[in-house]
Design a protein around this ligand. Sequence first.
Ligand code: ZN
Length: 90
Amino acid sequence: MKIIKVSNWRVTGPLKIGDCVTVMGRDYILEKLEPYVTKRGGESSPLHWHGQCQTCGGEFSFKSGRVRFYPYANCETHRPNAKGVGVGHG
Ligand SMILES: [Zn+2]
């Protein structure tokens, strides 16, 4: 038997700067792509995102990989410290 966890959001399809995606009712704009080659020669492109804080309405930026996108609801100031707490409910 196996137990797997597939809970992270993944970015698929062509990437276009300035494009907006909606995750869990929140909008995120792709700001920038950072070309990056790992030590092992693999390709990895950190994505720079732009979002809006649900608490103060302020704008914030964050980075993600293609295979692990975390849809932050708040700016760093208003983010809960505990990891995994409140996921799915803002
Ligand atoms: Zn905030």
